[in-house]
Ligand binder design. Structure first.
Ligand SMILES: [Zn+2]
Length: 236
């Protein structure tokens, strides 16, 4: 099965599915990041979009370069929310979409043409945590689902770690009512997940710290409480 995978920002896919990616769960995967112009770093000095975007792309290329089933990552180079909306990184979660964000959806759909032609399944974020860029990409996935693409959803990390199980179930129910597609959970058992996620954090070092790593681990235990560590995907 061939997958195309939408990542709102460089790093989201690896933070969220790094265990399954390391295991080779996806036979062939094309990573596509949307908001790849950024001046934000979690650790170190940000502020220069050219410099920061360059560092983040290098991290992404290093990560996927070592994942055997992955193609080279594709970066769509849309501006991330702090630059596009002139808001602080702290206020990107819980911010409503504005008219420009909604218009942007059409532009992104247009840019996606030709990138999905041979994909059997599109992997996309649930948009859990209400980060405005993640919401845009989630809505993009629903738009592509309407156009006939099969979409599986992953749980956005680290944001999903701060959401309740009820929040996640509520989002799944909303997708079912909006798109008429029933989703069921698939937990990928990842015994080596701590090592896989540590490697993700080491590679995406501009965007990670100990607190973020801890959230990745806590969430992986929650979704696979019986047998250790896991990552949950919502499939149809
Ligand atoms: Zn993100």
């Amino acid at each position: 099965m061939r997958y195309a995978a939408l990542s709102p920002h460089i790093d989201d896919l690896a933070f969220s599915l790094g265990g399954a990616l390391k295991l080779g769960h996806f036979e062939a995967i094309r990573p596509i990041s949307v908001f790849t112009i950024s001046d934000y770093v979690l650790c170190g000095a940000g502020g220069d979009p050219v410099l920061v975007s360059g560092i983040r792309k290098k991290e992404d290329a290093n990560y996927f370069g070592a994942i055997r089933s992955a193609e080279r990552p594709i970066w769509l180079d849309f501006l991330d929310a702090p630059i596009r909306r002139s808001i602080s990184a702290e206020s990107t979660c819980g911010t409503e979409l504005n008219a420009e964000d909604v218009r942007l959806l059409d532009d992104i759909v247009e840019r996606m043409r030709g990138l999905l032609y041979d994909a059997d399944v599109l992997l996309a974020p649930l948009g859990i945590g209400e980060h405005v860029d993640h919401t845009v990409v989630h809505l993009l996935a629903l738009r592509l689902q309407e156009l006939g693409h099969v979409v599986y959803f992953y749980e956005d990390l680290p944001y999903a770690a701060e959401c309740s199980e009820e929040d996640i179930r509520h989002r799944i129910a909303r997708i079912a009512s909006q798109s008429n597609v029933a989703l069921r959970s698939l937990v990928v058992n990842c015994p080596d997940l701590p090592a896989s996620k540590q490697r993700v954090c080491d590679i995406y070092s501009s965007q990670s710290n100990q607190d973020l790593f801890s959230k990745l681990i806590v969430h992986s235990r929650r979704v696979n409480a019986k047998s250790g560590f896991g990552e949950r995907i919502w499939v149809c």
